[in-house]
Ligand binder design. Sequence first.
Ligand code: URA
Length: 178
Amino acid sequence: MSCEGCPLAGETQVSYIHSTASNVLIVGESPGREELLAGKPFVGRSGQLLEKNLLQVGLSRESVSIGNAAKCLIPKDKLTLKEIRQVLSCCRHYLEEFIHSISPQMIVCLGDISLRQVTKLKGISKHRGSVYPTPEFNAITLPTFHPAFILRNNTMESLFRQDLMAIKTYVDNGFELL
Ligand code: URA
């Protein structure tokens, strides 16, 4: 499939990263400027915060696969809500293909856009920290906050880390539903 009909068709795409070292896929929102320059997801401030918290719960960045709801930077100030929805809808097939190709046992959704893109559930504050069976991908999904939100609201970092700790518990338990 192509990017036909996407308002961001032709823009630079940032690839996903597959780690064979675990069965966890972390899905963010869309790359930022630093990610566009590096050609890799989560290398900027959000990525550093994510990596720091992953390490604190005993997970290395290299041990997880990483993707995004959109492969291009979504310029939220330049697109209408309708166009943003169109971008996400056009981009979903890339994520679907990636998920099917790596078959993760757990998908961690960072923020509301990622949660909607993967599961269609709405409301990250309501859903964070819970785990949802996701039959479409034969996986369980764990929603948590986006690191950019934590950068703006650092009192929430302990909750974020608590959610990441749950990933580690699932990894250690072979992804049995608790
Ligand atoms: N924020 C995201 O959601 N994804 C990235 O890759 C970088 C920042």
